[in-house]
Design a protein around this ligand. Structure first.
Ligand code: LLP
Length: 418
């Protein structure tokens, strides 16, 4: 087989003892492939972000909730956040203890809140009305609150979760009302949290957000933790040598801000962070097959099985993912050209890369969509009644194992009363 255009996965030996062609033959196309070594490396980088002693990394599993990856995160000493009973359920199944889970709720029902309470999982609420609800169903209990620090950041307006234009968090001007509700139900506020948005590549906005939440935290005595949120970015433009987020500088800045704050608070409370993308994005490559190449008027289209049912990020946020090319045949070409890489879904917006300059691609080629391990499979769907792909893990010894099977046609009809 030829690695036609594959510098990134070659340089980190992504496929170990296997290769993209054999993986597709064995497990079908399209296919999510994860690399265990890279996943573990990212867990460790986050754990070592600061030297502050009481520091916890909560993997934000919305990025990737594959049970096998969660077990590895647990082995690496990470904790987790959860957005739903489903995530809590899977995390408990993976072996996380209730005290390792933080339920960051948003507009949840009483039953959903009760699910967390019944499982001894700390709930963070993000409105006065949900704090009232918590007080009603669990008077005298311990609770956390998500604040909106008034600043936001992110790669797209849909993923900015702090600031004046988002639904998230409690506006700090309502602190007096927060205190009233806490008193009314005899609740203990044990933590506060924030998440200002997803994907920053330089740390200043994050550090500013941290300073804001710390100034909010001063209003409350006896906090046990402050959760600073996630959002740590990864370079999606590796083929253009985009630099990585400078974790050393960010860590130093954080250490100084956190130590100074705890000195004045009088207690070395726990600080948590909530990275999702940083932990899992780069351990994942989405493989797919080229089924057609054609010219429609001015555009050359590469038609694949990588529809937005499989990876939503390009259509949802205009996100860029680097693409590699692998080939079984011995066709050779030195041509480079601009092509639009599309999927097989019945919508003209079904585009994975628009006008991308790539080496010439032929029918039968396998494409590798890089950095697909976060918000990839978790956001896939059965739209057009297509089957969600299998997930394979390249273990640390370099050998692949199946960690989630591909959907079957029978799966598509299992929920109907027929
Ligand atoms: N904590 C909270 C409360 C969040 O809402 C999120 C992400 C995270 C942590 C983790 O953020 P991360 O470290 O992964 O940036 N689907 C979008 C991203 C949505 C992020 C939503 N919240 C994407 O594919 O870019």
């Amino acid at each position: 087989m030829q690695y036609v255009y594959s510098d990134v996965t070659k340089s980190n030996n992504f496929f170990g003892n296997s290769n993209p062609i054999d993986l597709i033959k064995e497990y079908g196309s399209p296919l999510y492939v994860y690399n265990e070594r890279i996943f573990r490396e990212r867990c460790r980088e986050m754990k070592n972000l600061v030297s502050y002693p009481n520091f916890s990394v909560n993997f934000s599993v919305k990025a990737n909730s594959n049970l096998h990856l969660l077990k590895i995160a647990l082995e690496e000493g990470l904790n987790v956040d959860a957005m739903s009973p489903g995530e809590m359920f899977v995390e408990l199944k993976a072996g996380f203890k209730p005290e390792q889970i933080l339920f960051i709720s948003n507009n949840v029902s009483a039953e959903e809140m009760q699910f967390a309470i019944d499982h001894n999982i700390t709930v963070s609420v993000d409105s006065l009305s949900q704090l009232e609800l918590f007080g009603t169903i669990n008077p005298g209990g311990s609770v956390a609150i998500r604040f909106n620090p008034g600043v936001g950041a992110g790669h797209h307006k849909k993923v900015i979760t702090g600031g004046k234009e988002t639904k998230f968090g409690v506006d700090a001007k309502f602190i007096p009302q927060v205190k009233e509700i806490l008193n009314k139900y005899n609740l203990k506020l044990i933590g506060i949290n924030q998440h200002i948005g997803s994907l920053f590549m330089e740390g200043n906005a994050y550090v500013e957000g941290v300073k804001s939440i710390l100034s909010i935290a001063k209003n409350f005595e006896n906090l046990e933790f402050i959760d600073l949120g996630g959002g740590f970015g990864i370079p999606y433009h590796k083929q253009d040598n985009e630099s990585r987020l400078d974790l050393t500088t960010l860590g130093e800045q954080l250490d100084s801000v956190l130590n100074e704050w705890t000195d004045s608070y009088g207690k070395k409370i726990t600080f948590k962070i909530e990275p999702g993308r940083y932990i899992s994005a780069e351990c994942g490559v989405l493989l797919g097959t080229v089924h057609a190449v054609k010219i429609n008027y001015e555009n050359k289209y590469v038609g694949t099985d990588l529809g937005f049912n499989v990876l939503q990020r390009p259509i949802m946020y205009d996100s860029h993912h680097d693409i590699e090319i692998y080939r079984e045949s011995d066709i050779c070409s030195t041509k480079k050209e601009a092509v639009t890489v599309v999927g097989n879904i019945c919508e003209s917006g079904d585009i994975i890369a628009k006008n991308r300059v790539l080496p010439e691609i032929f029918e039968g080629d396998i494409l590798g969509v890089l950095d697909a391990g976060a918000y990839g499979h978790v956001m896939s769907s059965n739209y057009n009644n297509r089957l969600r792909p299998a997930e394979v893990l390249i273990k640390e010894d370099g050998n692949p194992i199946l960690i989630r099977r591909r959907d079957t046609l029978e799966d598509l009809i299992q929920y109907y009363n027929i």
